[in-house]
Ligand binder design. Structure first.
Ligand SMILES: [Zn+2]
Length: 172
């Protein structure tokens, strides 16, 4: 009986990983990735995400400054949406803004969209993942060269995928 349960579990793992696309480094960098919209009902998002990620991604919450380990992550890789795994930022565009939130000077082209937000009365440009609509953060005009932009992201809305890990899982 134990063995049967174990086999069933392993089978489930094999199926679920087979369903997940194994993106190459080039695809993680934004070339050729599927842009088919990810849609779930609110209660489905709630069961799929951690409470903190759900609050940020689905209700435009803000995590406390300096709370994300990604704030100090500077390895080579790609930052993907915690809601749908769409690559949003390359590590090469990350910089230390000193704000306590992971910050980037540019997103992967076409993978985020912006809208005006008046939550703190003063207008700000909110941005979100184009594939699942998950809120990521706000973009400001006080960033470094070459863009002068600061894409201020909630760490809990992202997952970091190191390049070495991506290369290791996609080599033939
Ligand atoms: Zn997404």
């Amino acid at each position: 009986m134990k063995r049967r349960l174990c086999l069933k579990y392993l089978c489930g793992v094999a199926v679920s990983t087979a369903v997940l696309p194994r993106l190459s480094w080039a695809e993680h960098s934004g070339k050729g990735v599927s842009m088919e919209k990810t849609t779930h009902l609110d209660e489905q998002w709630q069961s799929l995400l951690s409470p903190k990620a759900y609050d940020v991604l689905r209700h435009e919450g803000t995590e406390p400054a300096f709370s994300s380990p990604l704030n100090k992550e500077y390895g080579e890789g790609v930052y993907v949406c915690a809601g749908c795994a769409l690559p949003l930022f390359k590590s090469s565009s990350k910089f230390d803004s000193g704000t306590g939130w992971p910050s980037f000077f540019q997103p992967i082209e076409g993978h985020v969209d912006t809208k005006l937000d008046f939550k703190i009365i003063l207008p700000r440009h909110e941005y979100h993942c184009v594939r699942c609509g998950g809120h990521q953060g706000h973009v400001f005009k006080d960033g470094p060269e070459p863009t002068g932009q600061r894409w201020c992201n909630n760490g809990v809305a992202l997952n970091f995928k190191p390049r070495l890990e991506i290369d290791a899982t996609t080599k033939p």
